[in-house]
Design a protein around this ligand. Structure first.
Ligand SMILES: Cc1cc2nc3c(=O)[nH]c(=O)nc-3n(C[C@H](O)[C@H](O)[C@H](O)COP(=O)(O)O)c2cc1C
Length: 253
């Protein structure tokens, strides 16, 4: 099923979807409603490195609806970075609670923050108090849990107590990395129980995959976030929306 008005988000892919890629992609393809930038990792001394700043500099992202992403487990670092991003003109910021990398998780960030539910609540209290006083929305991109997918029941209850602008769920746990079957039944639970707007992410490589997933959930998935599917078929957003690919023969070498 194709729908012109469905929303499609480009997943952040560190090392792949930087500003040069985004400009090239949006110049040729399009039909992506939001691009999520690969994470910036603020620390006490600075909100972002010069390289990270260059990637999200609005001058380098003209005509691209970009959402910067922050990876941290410290609310003071998040808020300092959010203030800088807000001053740059950004109105939505995404929190990374999904990164499975060993070095990231060992520092309690990304998916490594998920088992620390008390600290996570304190962190969310702080950042959503900040968001309420600033003109800024905060969305969350998460996995189901760190050790066990059943962690998701408690996590969803936590997310439900905050005004997330969107909850993007990649239905895997940390040890799944990006491989194997997705754990559909947990996303079905989110569809029933999330109080915040939900976004599905994971393993959509074709219109057929999208249709099969929508059928299995008994609902049209909208919005969806696509990562590797858009890399392997850059026309996938066009196809899902029912448009002809914008690529003409001269772009195909
Ligand atoms: C090379 C690579 C880099 C990634 N970088 C990020 C990142 O910076 N932030 C993030 O939230 N997720 C990151 N992800 C996860 C993707 O955004 C996405 O959740 C994952 O690829 C599953 O979606 P897909 O099956 O549509 O690709 C990365 C994944 C890969 C493979």
């Amino acid at each position: 099923m194709c729908m012109n008005d469905m929303k499609i988000y480009f997943a952040p892919l560190e090392g792949v979807t930087g500003y040069i890629f985004r400009n090239a992609f949006s110049g040729i393809y399009g039909h992506v409603d939001k691009y999520f930038a690969p994470f910036i990792s603020p620390c006490e001394k600075y909100a972002m490195t010069p390289r990270e700043r260059k990637d999200i500099d609005p001058e380098n992202n003209i005509g691209i609806n970009l959402v910067p992403q922050i990876l941290t487990c410290r609310s003071d670092c998040f808020i300092d970075a959010a203030k800088e991003l807000h001053a740059m003109g950004y109105k939505e910021i995404n929190l990374n609670l999904g990164c499975p990398s060993g070095t990231v998780c060992a520092k309690g960030k990304g998916a490594g923050f998920l088992p620390e539910t008390s600290a996570l609540k304190a962190f969310l209290d702080d950042i959503y108090s900040y968001a309420a006083t600033a003109d800024i929305k905060i969305s969350v991109k998460t996995r189901l849990g760190f050790y066990n997918p059943d962690e998701f029941y408690d996590l969803l209850e936590i997310f439900n107590s905050y005004p997330l602008s969107e909850l993007i769920v990649h239905p895997r746990i940390r040890s799944d990395y990006y491989k194997g079957d997705i754990r559909k039944e947990y996303f079905a639970y989110a569809l029933e129980n999330s109080r915040n707007p939900l976004v599905y992410n994971g393993n959509i490589y074709s219109v057929k995959d999208y249709d099969a997933l929508s059928d299995s959930f008994g609902t049209i998935l909208d919005p969806v976030m696509l990562g590797r599917g858009l890399i392997s078929d850059p026309s996938l957003a066009d196809k899902l929306k029912g448009f002809e690919s914008r690529v003409s023969e001269d772009h195909v070498t």
